[in-house]
Design a protein around this ligand. Structure first.
Ligand code: GAR
Length: 288
């Protein structure tokens, strides 16, 4: 049960303990304050005191829980939690918003296409660019479109909480790897289970794995005299270029192709299919 709650709320063990403590203390405070108010106003003597008590504690509960959450460092979580409860009760039937983070390390031509596709989309928004290379082209693209960007550091990514907190601050509920060359750490995969997809510039499982990225892939394809290559869009798991395939599209490799001409063909395929596949996957996803 605790494991399920950790996944659902995307928190670690310590935060879960603090959240449960906040619920317990907030609930007790609310019960106590409700009773005290009824006594002070003399309303507890009336026949309807139970009804009044229920109304009072319903109103007091969010306040008490928020109050207790401050010293326990859980204010952010409870602010979102209570906002979610209120939005469920409100009549407005809002479509779920998919806040996407694009992880990219390079020029960002795929990121650009994805941003273009969703710039006016009613339910999908590119809300964050995550990059591990200061000066990468994708950062200029983020700037041009007014999209927040985070530069990540190796130690915090692999040995820390993998920037899960930062992603949550931006309400990210889906991650797209578009030319991101670091392996995705377990902490991030657990926090975003089945919600991270990657594009690879070859037909996996061939030409995948550590060190197989960008031009290295195309050089290997040409060196092996392959007659076709293509793209693979797949879910991300804990192994390099390994998760379930969502879509593959092929293109011919001619004898005159070089790594650069093949890269250009592959980029065209990526730009055509990746944004489209992201949209299809998101439309099927259940965002909590
Ligand atoms: C893309 O071709 C993508 O498939 C590849 O990096 C390129 C990024 O280009 N990804 C990998 O090789 C991952 N193994 P972009 O920065 O212009 O989008």
């Amino acid at each position: 049960m605790f494991q399920k709650l950790k996944q659902r709320w995307k928190v670690n063990g310590l935060n879960l303990a603090l959240i449960i403590t906040t619920f317990a203390l907030g609930g007790s405070l609310c019960g106590y304050a409700g009773r005290k108010l009824l006594t002070l106003t003399g309303l507890e003597k009336g026949a309807l005191w139970v009804v009044l008590y229920i109304i009072l504690i319903t109103l007091l509960w969010p306040l008490c829980v928020l109050l207790i959450s401050i010293p326990l460092g859980q204010f952010g979580f409870f602010k979102r939690y209570i906002a979610k409860i209120f939005s469920r009760f409100s009549n407005k039937k809002k479509a779920p918003v998919h806040n996407v983070a694009i992880f990219a390390s390079g020029a960002g031509s795929n990121a650009q296409q994805i941003i273009n596709r969703f710039s006016k989309h009613p339910t999908i928004k590119v809300a964050l660019i995550v990059c591990n290379k200061p000066g990468a082209g994708v950062l200029n693209i983020a700037k041009k479109h007014g999209i927040p960007a985070t530069i990540i550091e190796k130690d915090a990514f692999f040995k820390g909480e993998a920037y899960v907190g930062t992603l949550q601050q931006h309400n990210i509920n889906f991650i797209v790897l578009a030319g991101f060359l670091w392996k995705v750490p377990t902490a991030l995969i657990k926090a975003y289970s089945q919600k991270i997809i990657n594009i690879h510039p070859a037909l996996l499982p061939a030409y995948g794995g550590k060190g197989m990225y960008g031009h290295f892939v195309h050089e290997a394809v040409i060196a092996n005299k392959e007659t076709q290559s293509g793209i693979t869009i797949h879910y991300v798991d804990e192994l390099y270029d390994h998760g379930a395939v969502i879509k593959q599209v092929t293109c011919p490799v001619s004898e005159t192709d070089t790594a650069a001409t093949l890269a250009a063909k592959i980029h065209l395929l990526e730009h055509e299919h990746f944004p489209q596949v992201i949209e299809q996957v998101l439309q099927k996803q259940n965002i909590r």
